[in-house]
Ligand binder design. Structure first.
Ligand SMILES: [Zn+2]
Length: 413
């Protein structure tokens, strides 16, 4: 196959561009793109910078400006560029975000978070890792493929989106609503990763935050018969829910580091301020992370059934609320094309043996999976997002540029 030779050329092209890639990254990081919902100027200036770079390099740019009266300038930009391939109906997308979280307390930074500083092979700046490194790597991967002038099996493109750090309301959610992605697309979301690039994330757990409020009757602690101790009912209820959930939803999935669903009683609201009062109110919370094989509706139905029994048994009023509910889309198959090509590119370029993993947290990858689009989440990072002294390793930036460029040349078809 000619692909060995191609990959070698591609890698050496990226290596000769390494200084230019690094310089571009530094220029981009100087442009503050803190999310406007977190007090920043937003993505607009950074988007303009990226758009003119893409145009200067001969790309047609698709720009989706979403109106947002809460942002300086009133818009939230999303940008895309692509190279056309033989199968013009299929797309491989690299999707990264332009916005960042704020720098936090400046005292904790050793350098200016908006004046990138390079030391010991690391670039220190807010947004260097999350998600600047992957954005720049996918951009220069596209550029490298363009310069290589080889036929691509399908279209290969990038999206630089807004608002990932808040709720993606002006970014990916808008793009999905506009049906810009298809089930036949291959999506890579390089917005989470591992230090050696071994972990290719293909599954996430569903998330459910439950709040349970028990109302009894508050009285003096010496006269329990006159009242109804909501705290006692709440404790018993919490333990019963805990036992039921953990014994009923016990399937394992070895993809996940924590291979079973988790149901953790977490927050407990303060009740009375003194020891000699029987509490009339009890408020407790559960954080549930459920394997995608289960339905959150079933979990909720089981919880509500026990709550109804408790109401009858104790003559208390017990209210159930879901504070947060994000069902996971179906896991991306290990033999899906996006998983296969990323696996091949990582093995070849990073020279590690990749493994497929699932996580208990959630990324925007889940939004694509929910629409039936196979999605892999991958990058090579030390995992320091949102921290003071956030950094990206130059070696990872260059490596991931090569991986993103090589992947479409290593597909299974
Ligand atoms: Zn991110």
């Amino acid at each position: 196959m000619a692909s060995e030779e191609l990959i070698r050329r591609l890698a050496s092209d990226v290596d000769s561009d390494a200084q230019a890639i690094q310089d571009f990254f530094v220029r981009m990081l100087r442009i503050n793109a803190v999310n406007p919902r977190m007090g920043g100027p937003g993505e607009r200036e950074r988007a303009d910078f990226l758009e003119s770079f893409l145009k200067d390099n001969g790309f047609a740019v698709t720009r989706v400006d979403v109106e947002d009266s809460g942002a300086p300038g009133g818009i939230r930009p999303n940008l895309s560029a692509m190279l056309e391939g033989k199968d013009g109906k299929r797309n491989l997308w690299y999707i990264s975000h332009m916005d960042t979280v704020p720098e936090g307390s400046r005292d904790l930074w050793k350098t200016d978070p908006f004046e990138p500083t390079i030391r010991d092979g690391k670039i220190f700046a807010r947004g260097a890792e999350d998600d600047g490194q992957s954005l720049v790597a996918s951009l220069f991967a596209l550029l490298a493929l363009k310069k290589l002038e080889v036929p691509l099996p399908y279209n290969v493109g990038v999206w630089f989106v807004a608002d990932e750090e808040f709720a993606s309301n002006y970014g990916i959610k808008q793009l999905l609503r506009r049906r810009l992605f298809k089930e036949s697309d291959l999506v890579v979301v390089p917005d989470s990763g591992s230090p050696r690039g071994t972990d290719i994330e293909i599954a996430e757990k569903s998330l459910l935050w439950m709040k349970v409020t028990t109302k009894g009757k508050q009285v003096h602690a010496s006269l329990p018969a006159k009242g109804l101790n909501a705290h006692r009912i709440g404790m018993r209820l919490a333990i019963e829910l805990d036992d039921m959930l953990r014994s009923k939803y016990r399937k394992q999935n070895k993809l996940f580091d924590y291979p079973v669903s988790s149901f953790e009683p977490t927050k407990k609201e303060a009740n009375v301020g003194n020891v000699n009062t029987i509490p009339g109110l009890d408020v407790l919370y559960f954080d549930c992370r459920v394997l995608p094989v289960y339905s959150l509706d079933d979990v909720e139905a089981d919880v509500k059934k026990i709550i109804r029994q408790y109401e009858k048994r104790y003559h208390a009023t017990i209210k159930f609320e879901e504070i947060e509910k994000e069902p996971a889309g179906p896991a991306t198959a290990e033999d899906s094309e996006v998983a296969i090509l990323l696996n091949r590119a990582v093995s070849k370029i990073s020279r590690v043996k990749p493994r497929f993993v699932g996580i208990g947290g959630q990324t925007v990858g889940n939004l694509f999976r929910r629409q039936g689009v196979p999605t892999a989440v991958w990058s090579t990072i030390d995992d320091v997002p949102h921290e003071p002294n956030e950094y990206s390793k130059v070696a990872n930036l260059i490596n991931d540029t090569k991986v993103f460029a090589a992947a479409p040349l290593l597909g299974s078809t």
